[in-house]
Design a protein around this ligand. Structure first.
Ligand code: ZN
Ligand code: ZN
Length: 555
């Protein structure tokens, strides 16, 4: 039928330039290569391709048929090209991943418009070329919602949540109303930063503008934001409020939320509710559930759900599921069993699995397995500073200072740099960041240092003893004590005590894992100063209250 339609068009040459484009479009959409090629031949024969409207349709047809080279040859021969010609080919190249061809064309464009700029920002971001995406964004005089949203999600992908949040605010001040994708991106940025006040504001905005109705992903984005900001009750409140329209993503986000808060029993209860609601769990559900059992110290339950996942739901475990089980067994002291799992796995263990074994070996003083794990981890990721740090920890625990120094020399030789510990706290509408012994945006540290000193002397009366095992440098006890006292999370805590009123919980976000000394320090401060302290470290949340931590010292 399509073919007879084409013949009909080509037989009647009057007004043919109007009918050919629609036939070309039909060929592109129905993947009719042979017919498209025949029309292409006729179009060339009667010089119809000189008509820009027809030529643009040809370019688009070839792109839809996946023939980028043919599309390009038509484009190159066009006597007149308009914005549609340039944009069609650029987006065609981007869709085929051919970023370099798109870039070459974009740079040659006589005049760039919103469509081409937005397409290039998106294309660059998808290829991880964030700097180039940002360069286009900053030079654009006119931006629309797509421009802003694309750049915001590019910053989220590039792990620059602060920039994403900043841009979102700028977009609002330009009078542009965000849509669901923009909101979902900014919620993910806020979740990474842990700034709950910003998140609450966005939540109010969503409800006031009824944005939740526009996307089924808003619910899980909110649950994820609240749980990552340490507000698991708020996350659960959102989850309960969408009971009439929950999808699997909402259940999964809630289970993972319970997991990072160490609430293993709550996660299991939710999973059972999910089964009762006749919802089929997927691999993400089980990843959340296993990680909840892991963080909650529920070894038997974890092992049993690992079994259920395979036997009842026929889900083939991925490396992340094995990682959870290896970690679960290791933390509980079953190091030999976790090694057995590694050797039985159908895939090669990755660096995360070996690091889990290494941490567990340090915790349970198994130096033999620890050393094996350290060497494997360093083989797999020679650039990952945390492997070297863990190995130093192992040697430091033994007091083998020569070996600690040797690890440091290897790091230097290989050009591996230790990631500096950095903690942040949100006070007075502003984020304050701390490194070891240093407040990034406060000129005078003196108040903070005096506060730490005061806290330490109070804590010592309650039996606090600095844990020198956490200091990897071969120093005297006094210097080690000073070094420990200046850890970034202690600096942030002292700042929090100085600047917030009594009774207000202190929220700290740390980029690395909290050390044992800071952990016992926070526990005691929560008791003596009667403050709730919530620390989100690289792995999970610690909620310190009345001298106890929600992780029950199992982290
Ligand atoms: Zn510390
Ligand atoms: Zn803890």
């Amino acid at each position: 039928m399509l073919y007879s339609l084409m013949l009909f068009c080509l037989e009647d040459l009057r007004g043919i330039e109007f009918s050919v484009p629609s036939v070309l479009r039909a060929c592109g959409r129905s993947s009719a290569f042979r017919e498209g090629n025949q029309i292409f031949g006729h179009v060339l024969k009667i010089h119809l391709w000189l008509d820009p409207f027809v030529a643009n349709s040809l370019v688009r047809m070839w792109l839809e048929l996946g023939e980028t080279e043919l599309a390009r040859s038509v484009f190159d021969r066009m006597p007149v090209r308009d914005l549609i010609s340039w944009n069609s080919l650029i987006t065609g190249y981007l869709r085929a991943g051919e970023i370099e061809f798109a870039r070459e064309l974009f740079e040659r464009m006589p005049e760039r418009d919103l469509v081409s700029c937005n397409a290039m920002i998106d294309g660059y971001a998808k290829q991880g070329m964030y700097k180039l995406a940002e360069d286009i964004f900053t030079t654009m005089k006119v931006k629309d919602l797509v421009t802003w949203t694309t750049m915001i999600s590019a910053h989220v992908l590039n792990q620059c949540p602060k920039k994403a949040l900043y841009l979102f605010r700028e977009m609002l001040s330009e009078g542009i109303r965000p849509d669901a994708p923009a909101i979902i991106s900014v919620l993910s940025a806020i979740a990474d930063l842990g700034f709950v006040e910003e998140g609450k504001w966005i939540h109010t905005y969503i409800s006031a503008n009824k944005i939740e109705r526009c996307s089924r992903f808003i619910g899980s984005a909110l649950i994820n934001m609240y749980s990552k900001c340490g507000q698991i009750e708020h996350a659960y409140h959102v989850f309960s409020s969408i009971s009439h329209q929950r999808n699997i993503g909402d259940w999964n986000s809630m289970i993972s939320g319970f997991a990072i808060h160490g609430l293993g029993h709550e996660a299991i209860k939710l999973f059972l509710d999910m089964e009762r609601a006749a919802l089929e769990p997927d691999d993400i559900t089980f990843l959340g559930l296993l990680s909840a059992c892991n963080h909650g110290g529920l070894m038997n339950e974890g092992l049993s759900y690992f079994e259920t996942m395979q036997a009842k739901y026929k889900i083939i475990p991925k490396i992340q599921h094995y990682g959870c089980i290896v970690d679960l067994l290791g933390r509980s002291g079953h190091l030999e069993e976790s090694l057995e799992i590694i050797y039985d796995m159908p895939m090669e263990p990755d660096v995360l699995i070996w690091k889990a074994i290494l941490s567990a070996s340090i915790k349970h003083n198994n130096f033999k397995i620890g050393q094996i794990a350290a060497l494997r981890a360093m083989d797999l990721a020679p650039e990952d500073s945390s492997c070297y740090v863990l190995l130093s920890n192992l040697y430091a625990k033994l007091g083998w200072w020569d070996d600690v120094a040797r690890v440091r020399t290897v790091m230097k030789k290989r050009g591996v740099r230790k990631i500096p510990g950095c903690s942040s706290i949100f006070v007075g509408g502003k984020v304050h960041q701390f490194l070891i012994g240093k407040a990034i945006d406060v000129e005078n540290n003196q108040n903070i240092l005096s506060m730490i000193e005061e806290v330490i002397s109070k804590l010592k009366l309650e039996g606090y003893e600095p844990d020198f095992n956490q200091v990897l440098l071969d120093l005297g006890d006094n210097e080690k004590e000073c070094h420990l006292a200046l850890h970034s999370e202690k600096m942030a805590l002292a700042f929090g005590l100085l600047t917030t009123s009594h009774g207000i919980p202190i929220h700290i976000v740390k980029n690395l894992r909290i050390c044992c000394d800071c952990h016992s320090f926070m526990r005691l401060v929560s008791k003596i100063y009667n403050r709730r302290i919530i620390v989100r470290d690289q792995n999970r949340f610690h909620r310190f209250e009345n001298g106890y931590c929600s992780c029950k010292d199992h982290w």
